[in-house]
Design a protein around this ligand. Structure first.
Ligand code: AMP
Length: 210
């Protein structure tokens, strides 16, 4: 299964992606995680991406497209993959399609997780991730166990100001990929308001109908 998760910042893409990759036994490719790792390692790509990310802006297409296409061409993606956070612009979507077509494959499904803007700031500001397990928590809605609280990380771009910019970018730059995939007949839309388990069930239902 070759699939993509799309949704605004704080929609729950990371949480749902982790569950889906375990079920479908496919690699989880998060462009945000790859970029954060590059920033941490101080690579050339990371240095280029850092300023954009801190401000909540999109990293330029030419930087992200090369990074992701190189990743999906790896052997572990032969039987499928889950892309989380990519594509985020129409040129990224087209570049991915072109590369897959050249390789004789195509996307099976694009899952859009819809969450109203007014819920996004609260979701992102309370979000914490565990660097050891990669698990994502929310201080109020999905509280972490007390013994790991001290090691949890709060993303630099999960501030109110950056989330507002990221949400605006989502509407202006990422939303245009929705009609693009709808036109291809592979878009599956789910309501992202509710508990993570409920949303997982909704995703399983739409994928089964695929
Ligand atoms: P995420 O973890 O998916 O929320 O991504 C965090 C940040 O990384 C975004 O706000 C962007 O600055 C950058 N980023 C991640 N994926 C992309 C992408 N596909 N295109 C451009 N920028 C990206």
């Amino acid at each position: 299964m070759r699939m993509i998760l799309v949704g605004p910042p704080g929609a729950g893409k990371g949480t749902q992606a982790s569950r889906l990759v375990a079920t479908h036994k496919i690699p989880h490719i998060s462009s945000g995680d790859m970029l954060r790792a590059a920033v941490k390692e101080g690579t050339e790509l990371g240095q280029e991406a850092d300023t954009f990310m801190k401000a909540g802006k999109l990293v330029p297409d030419e930087v992200v497209i090369g990074m992701i296409l190189e990743r999906v061409e790896k052997d572990d993606c032969k039987n499928g993959f889950m892309l989380d956070g990519f594509p985020r612009t129409r040129p990224q979507a087209e570049a991915l399609d072109e590369a897959l077509e050249k390789a004789g494959s195509a996307l099976d499904a694009v899952v859009l997780i819809e969450v109203p803007d007014e819920l996004l700031v609260e979701r992102a500001v309370g979000r914490r991730s565990d660097p050891e397990t990669g698990k994502i928590y929310h201080l109020k809605h999905n509280p972490p166990p007390a013994d790991i609280v001290d090691r949890l990380v709060h993303r630099k771009d999960d501030t109110e100001a950056a989330v507002k910019v990221r949400t605006e970018k989502y509407h202006s730059e990422t939303a245009p990929i929705i009609p693009y995939y709808k036109g291809k007949g592979i878009l599956k839309t789910v309501d992202g308001v509710g508990e993570p388990d409920e949303i997982s069930e909704r995703i399983t239902t739409v994928l089964n109908d695929a």
